[in-house]
Design a binder for this molecule. Structure first.
Ligand code: PLP
Length: 400
């Protein structure tokens, strides 16, 4: 029988971070112990959702908050989001500017659906968080990567952003702090990107999901310094509130000039197609934002220790170079012999996996041009797992 025909747009979807897991699961079935350093989910390691947030979810369910929420998100949550954005990031927005989504992932999809058409270009950091690339392609657009400078902590190359703009460019994506490189952009860099966007009438999409996970310097929100340049801010509860599996995020329109009026209406229409995001989780989200925030400081302290350890060990291994991430929980080292000893980063990752059981993500999954020759390592794991993984990686590299 003929196989049922599927659309090209779904056939070509790739998501390196999850696609690689199949190889590890096969080895696991054969009895090999896998050390998973590939998923950016702290709850999969030894971090847990704070008790006060879990209780709020149970209370919401038990008190009957189980109806469909309003499509753009419950108003009390949108108010709490505005308070948080003001308190933490100094950003002035109203509940009417906010749309609640099933994670930042859905916010990315909705924004791309509303701005990208056949052949439109979206400029994004290279390396990038894969859904920016995938959703641009899904809506028949073209991802265009701007260089980020590895030797300078993966800072965006402003001249390269200028060079990448064409008549087809629709938006510039900022991911700050960045996944997969762990870069934290300073105010000057963000301002320079905003200036380019203003000059060319482009939208800025600013993914700030790691805004609370920074180690030395303070994070500066794009909208805080944007003045009249329109920004769509994206943020969520997965990382800072350890609610990854609950799927709650938001986007907001920071738009003093009213240029985003139609975009906002279209995104709001999109929210109606999928009815609403989860009501009891939204209620818990309010408690998360207004409750004690102590767990964030504790988590960042633990992550700092894990980052310092991982970076130190990586830098001591011959054949690996690595810059120190200043935010998020990823490090993106360069493997010097990819291209000679190993054909590409996928081959390296599979060799490491087969020989040591340590699972990493190939850099190419974050965009070939700037990701190749690298791997992404998540340093959320407990110290014992990190130590075992680094010992194995060091021994593996010694034999190469
Ligand atoms: N944006 C970035 C930069 C991320 O790293 C991630 C997850 O790793 C997401 C968005 C997705 O977040 P959410 O769980 O809110 O969908």
């Amino acid at each position: 029988m003929q196989p049922f025909k599927v659309s090209k747009r779904t056939r070509t979807i790739e998501y390196a971070i999850r696609d690689i897991i199949g190889f590890a699961k096969n080895l696991e079935k054969q009895g090999k112990k896998i050390l998973y350093l590939n998923i950016g989910d702290p709850v999969k390691y030894d971090f847990d959702t704070p008790a006060y947030i879990k209780k709020a979810l149970c209370d919401a369910v038990n008190s009957g908050a189980n109806w469909y929420a309003t499509s753009e998100g419950e108003r009390d949550l949108r108010e709490a989001i505005c308070e948080k954005e003001k308190r933490v990031n100094g950003v002035d927005i109203t509940p009417e500017d906010v749309v609640v989504t099933a994670g930042v992932s859905e916010a990315i999809q909705m924004t791309m659906a509303a701005i990208v058409e056949n052949g439109d270009e979206v400029i994004m950091p290279g390396p990038t968080y894969p859904p920016y690339m995938s959703y641009t392609l899904f809506y028949e657009g073209k991802p265009v990567f701007y260089r980020t400078i590895e030797a300078e902590g993966w800072r965006p190359d402003i001249d390269d952003i200028r060079k990448k703009i064409s008549k087809k460019t629709r938006a510039i994506v900022i991911i700050n702090p960045n996944n997969p490189a762990g870069a934290l952009y300073d105010e000057k860099t963000v301002k320079a990107i905003l200036n380019i966007a203003a000059e060319h009438g482009l939208l800025v999409l600013s993914d700030e999901i790691y805004d609370r996970i920074v180690y030395e310097r303070k994070f500066v929100s794009t909208s805080y310094i944007a003045k009249d340049t329109p920004v769509v801010g994206l943020n969520g509860f997965s990382k800072a509130y350890l609610m990854t599996g609950w799927r709650l995020g938001y986007l907001y329109f920071h738009d003093s000039t009213g240029q985003l009026k139609e975009l906002k209406e279209c995104v709001q229409k999109e929210t109606r197609i999928r009815l609403s995001s989860t009501t009891p989780v939204q209620k818990a989200g309010i408690t998360a934002l207004r409750g004690p925030q102590d767990h964030i400081k504790e988590m960042v302290n633990q992550l700092r220790q894990r980052r310092d350890y991982t970076v130190k060990r990586l830098c001591e291994i011959n054949g690996i170079t690595c810059t120190k991430p200043e935010g998020a929980f990823y490090v993106f080292p360069r493997i010097l012999k990819i291209g000679s000893k190993w054909k590409n980063d996928m081959e390296f990752v599979l060799d490491v996996l087969n020989n040591t059981g340590v699972l990493l993500v190939p850099g190419t999954g974050f965009g070939e041009a700037y990701g190749k020759g690298h791997v992404r390592i998540v340093f959320c794991a407990d110290m014992e797992t990190l130590e075992k993984s680094m010992n194995s990686l060091e021994a593996f590299m010694k034999n190469k």
